[in-house]
Design a protein around this ligand. Structure first.
Ligand SMILES: [Zn+2]
Length: 387
């Protein structure tokens, strides 16, 4: 790969023919039509938050360097932005009047409202640009390793870059498009940001059973995303039909895995909802996110709920009482050892060798207070399992 350093291209040059697509949230073209600002493997523009975009303009006005920018040469006199698209889109949008900055006296100023020397300063700022020439795979490989300025690409953004092609383009139209009316519904079950590819990531994780890059590379040149979409829809439809309630703890659960494990079982949504309400109201259930798999699995595995345990003072006082009584009777202070037939029949365990156990299991309505607490040796406690 060959790189050439250019320091003669100015903000004004780039802004000539600058096109920003508000709908797609993308800076599209600049440099009199010779530059593609956001090739399909680039993430959407995420600086439009009134902070990062404003910071770019502040830097220029203060004469701070904007950092290195990388273009790839795709044809004679045709370039694509490899790194720097967020910064370029920020000054492009400012110069074309898309947002304002606040001046020293607190007044918002659009580009057209700036003093002419300030306008001039912005336009005449020259950029430090490396122009790279090489094969697609060389450039993609290199792109993977630069991650230079601003926010580093996250995992899915990198995968989109590496597997760029018709499949990624279509998948992004569906799952990375904040204009998609379904996002609202999906956001009940999926966490993260649409623009930073978290929804696409989730959809790919589900359909690929966790092998995202393998899936993307096999489907790279597909001109449709039918399977991805159908699988995603099946999972969402399944969750929303089993659980009619929508709770914030549902967001970001591994619904794809749960679907694989449980979608062949049948559930009565009303019974599920009643059980769910009951567990949400249960003081002893510490892990509300675990409620969903607990219910799907038939309310058996209470480990998923992380049931509130006995506190130290309770354990100590129960231990003392139990041990005193056991000494008097000449038996083990573990009630299960005491009725056994081995050498532990009369053994007095230390507090550190014992664990607290619910006499009546939590799942059978037992409470976590001293009247329902007994100390068992670790072996017997583990064997009893169900707390
Ligand atoms: Zn025991």
């Amino acid at each position: 790969m060959k790189t050439t350093l250019r320091t003669d291209i100015t903000v004004e040059d780039i802004c000539r023919g600058f096109v920003y697509n508000e709908y797609e949230g993308k800076g599209l073209f600049g440099l009199s039509g010779k530059l593609v600002i956001q090739p399909e493997y680039q993430r959407n523009y995420i600086y439009a938050d009134g902070k990062r975009d404003v910071a770019v303009i502040d830097s220029i006005l203060k004469g701070y360097p904007l950092g290195l920018i990388y273009f790839t040469k795709v044809a004679d006199d045709k370039f694509e932005v490899l790194d720097g698209q967020q910064r370029i889109t920020s000054f492009g949008r400012f110069v074309t009047g898309k947002f304002a900055i606040t001046d020293a006296s607190g007044i918002p100023r659009y580009f057209s409202g700036l003093a002419s020397d300030m306008q001039e300063k912005i336009l005449k700022t020259s950029l430090t640009i490396y122009i790279c020439e090489g094969t697609e795979s060389e450039i993609k490989e290199w792109f993977k390793t630069i991650n230079i300025a601003g926010i580093p690409l996250n995992e899915q953004e990198l995968s989109n870059a590496i597997h760029s092609g018709p499949f990624v383009t279509r998948a992004k139209e569906e799952f990375s498009n904040s204009q998609n009316a379904n996002i609202q519904k999906w956001s009940a079950y999926i966490s993260g940001s649409v623009l930073r590819q978290d929804y696409l990531r989730t959809a790919l994780l589900w359909v690929s059973r966790g092998n995202v890059d393998d899936y993307m590379s096999r489907h790279r040149y597909d001109d449709n995303i039918a399977e991805l979409k159908a699988y995603f829809t099946s999972v969402i439809d399944w969750v929303s039909s089993v659980f009619v309630d929508v709770e914030s703890e549902m967001r970001g659960l591994p619904w794809g895995e749960l679907y694989e494990k449980y979608h062949k079982s049948s559930y009565d949504p009303q019974t599920v909802s009643r059980k769910l309400r009951e567990l949400y109201a249960d003081f002893y259930v510490k892990d509300k996110r675990g409620i969903y798999e607990y219910i799907l699995g038939g309310c058996v595995d209470s480990k998923l709920l992380n049931i509130r345990m006995f506190d130290e003072p309770t354990k100590k006082s129960v231990y003392a009482k139990q041990t005193e009584a056991a000494r008097k009777d000449g038996i083990s202070n573990c009630p299960l050892c005491a009725v056994g037939h081995d050498g532990n029949k009369t053994r007095i365990w230390k507090l550190s060798e014992m664990d607290a156990d619910h006499v009546t299991a939590w799942s059978c309505g037992g409470e976590t207070d001293s009247r329902n607490c007994q100390m068992l040796c670790k072996t017997h406690n583990r064997a009893k399992g169900n707390r």
